[in-house]
Design a protein around this ligand. Structure first.
Ligand SMILES: [Fe+2]
Length: 307
């Protein structure tokens, strides 16, 4: 007789006990929370910043209701979560090189409609991302996030044991970045190839701050599982790429103009739905790093402090 696997009980985060200064409203159990009670046009108190960092760890992706903020205020918001990171190859916003502008219109059709975690092709990928959608199409253009802690937790014990010590190769060269750089010319391509060589990341990545292991491969940048036969790598990656799409792990966010999202790049993957072309959509993005040891320790202790 096949053994029936019991579904695990979910322990919901006790929001009322943990949060005194902000109001997180999760859209799924322990995932994707809309944050109310924060005025992003004003300087944030240390208590609010602290709880925002906690909310990002608790809910993996958080949202703020639409509000007009300046580039500087968006950069300040990113700084709440970590030092600003370099970003990728997108065009920059005027006086603020920290901000990447991802713009789609008739001339530039959207094409980030594939699952990924931002910039997993560097040794130390950014810890997270803040985006504000400054122009929205009349309909569509949702972003979907998938919880990599839920996806990992959902796998059987045997499969998790198989993944435990494996690493995978990540490189931008298997993504569309290669085509972009080819269009820019040989010089850009050679610069990219020389500067950003393939890197290796653990597939089952342990995140100490939340004491959880997450699935860390994505269909956009992961080239292969290291040290297993090529076909095994190919089919396991194909399986994992399907696995993370389970609606139980995913939340689709409908944007309003000036809506804001902050996500943890280690705990989630995302997919930008490209159903709105040729309409205009403009996305201002700032990525942030894990921060120094002191900040990491502080994050690690967040749960203990408020538990
Ligand atoms: Fe992205």
């Amino acid at each position: 007789m096949p053994k029936y696997t019991e579904r695990k009980e979910i322990q919901l985060i006790p929001i009322a006990e943990r949060y005194q200064h902000i109001r997180p409203k999760p859209q799924l159990p322990n995932f994707a929370a809309i944050i109310e009670g924060v005025d992003l046009t004003q300087p944030l108190s240390e208590a609010v910043k602290y709880e925002l960092r906690l909310a990002l760890l608790d809910f993996e992706v958080i949202f703020f209701p639409p509000v007009e903020i300046s580039n500087e205020q968006q950069i300040e918001l990113a700084r709440v979560f970590g030092p600003i990171s370099l970003g990728a190859f997108h065009q920059r916003s005027g006086d603020n090189p920290e901000i990447e502008v991802i713009e789609n219109n008739r001339e530039r059709p959207p094409e980030i409609d594939h699952w990924h975690t931002d910039i997993s092709w560097v040794e130390n990928p950014p810890r997270g991302t803040v985006i504000q959608i400054r122009e929205v199409p009349p309909y569509g253009g949702n972003t979907v996030w998938s919880s990599m802690s839920k996806a990992y937790e959902g796998l059987s014990e045997g499969f998790r044991a198989y993944l435990k010590n494996l690493t995978a190769t990540h490189t931008w060269e298997v993504s569309k970045w290669r085509e972009y750089l080819e269009i820019l010319g040989d010089e850009a391509l050679i610069k990219g190839v020389t500067k950003f060589k393939p890197v290796h990341h653990k597939i089952a990545k342990y995140i100490p701050e939340v004491d959880k292991t997450v699935l860390y491969v994505n269909e956009t940048f992961t080239k292969r599982i290291d040290d297993v036969p090529e076909n095994e790598s190919k089919y396991i990656l194909r399986f994992l790429a399907e696995w993370i799409k389970n609606p139980e792990y995913t939340y689709s966010h409908r944007w309003e103009k000036n809506g804001i999202a902050v996500w943890d790049n280690r705990l989630t993957q995302h997919f930008a739905i490209a159903d709105f072309w040729p309409h205009h959509r403009q996305n201002f993005r700032v990525t942030f790093n894990e921060g120094d040891q002191q900040e990491q320790l502080e994050n690690q202790n967040l749960r203990a402090h408020l538990a």
